[in-house]
Design a binder for this molecule. Structure first.
Ligand SMILES: NC(=O)c1ccc[n+]([C@@H]2O[C@H](COP(=O)([O-])OP(=O)(O)OC[C@H]3O[C@@H](n4cnc5c(N)ncnc54)[C@H](OP(=O)(O)O)[C@@H]3O)[C@@H](O)[C@H]2O)c1
Length: 250
């Protein structure tokens, strides 16, 4: 399939995990990507591995000045874009009584404020008929006590798929959310549980809790994201597509 020929898509957090795999899929299907992230080294690596149809721009979604700079650059260089994957995010899982103000603020700054202002500031650049996908999570719909703050951030952005769709449907824009279950990406090594043994234990636990007794792969998620970004999903807006091995459904 070549669903992205002639199209340019902005992928925030495109230097790792689900974002990087989505960028690769869009390029494989004929498109161009602009990827963002905070880490200079992995941004450069990703730009190199994705090749000439990718541009990496360093931008922290938690900083409005960075989002402004990114959108100004896109406006100048590309004029418009045809899609946006609002993916950049962080996760920290802790019992409620151990959550600090810093945990709360950093997750809300990146996962909620970052997504809101990325969407808001991308609107003028989105060509008519563009699609936006927000990376939410099963945590937004589940009651795991360790994900009280993370789950709240993801419930918030799931709501934005509806409210932004309502506000911009008349401009031909569609906003949807994808909600992955546990997907094997570097995110599991970025939380408090940093030793390889602890990371493995956490991942094994997530696989065991899942009806399919395994984690999902990035390819399984990018298939859904590419569908929602493409005209194949032209009558779907404000929706949440779960890619979770059935963990929220069975
Ligand atoms: N993996 C899962 O099981 C899972 C399940 C449900 C939802 N999700 C969601 O999927 C998204 C991607 O996660 P992943 O699993 O692919 O993890 P990952 O490999 O750790 O990727 C996270 C990405 O977000 C970027 N990022 C984080 N904070 C940022 C900031 N302030 N500004 C710009 N970029 C930032 C990172 O770039 P830098 O390294 O440069 O900061 C990185 O590219 C997240 O929103 C996550 O909540 C993941």
């Amino acid at each position: 399939m070549q669903r992205f020929t002639g199209k340019t898509v902005l992928v925030t957090g495109g230097n790792s995990g689900i974002g990087l795999a989505t960028a690769q899929r869009i390029i494989d299907e004929g498109g161009k990507v602009i990827i963002t992230g905070r880490d200079e080294a992995t941004l450069q690596q990703a730009e190199k591995s994705l090749g000439e149809n990718a541009e990496a721009v360093k931008a922290d979604v938690g900083k409005l000045a960075d989002i402004d700079r990114l959108m100004a650059h896109i406006g100048q260089k590309y004029r418009t874009i045809d899609g946006l994957f609002a993916n950049a995010g962080i996760a920290e899982f802790k019992p409620i009584d151990q959550v600090t103000e810093n945990d709360f603020d950093s997750m809300f700054d990146i996962n909620v404020k970052g997504v809101f202002f990325t969407l808001q500031k991308a609107i003028p650049l989105l060509a008519e008929g563009s699609a936006v996908v927000i990376n939410a999570s099963v945590a937004g719909s589940m009651g795991g006590g360790l994900s009280s703050v993370y789950g709240a951030t993801k419930a918030a952005v799931r709501s934005m798929a509806r409210t932004f769709s309502g506000a911009y449907v008349s401009r031909g824009l569609r906003f949807n959310a994808v909600s992955p279950g546990p997907i094997d990406t570097p995110i599991w090594g970025r939380m408090g549980n940093t030793t390889p043994e602890q990371v493995k234990k956490t991942k094994d636990g997530r696989a065991e809790m899942n009806p399919m007794k395994r984690m999902g792969t990035v390819d399984e998620v990018t298939a859904a994201i590419a569908f929602l970004l493409s005209p194949e999903s032209s009558y779907i807006l404000g929706a949440e597509l779960f890619v979770d091995g059935g963990v929220t459904q069975l």
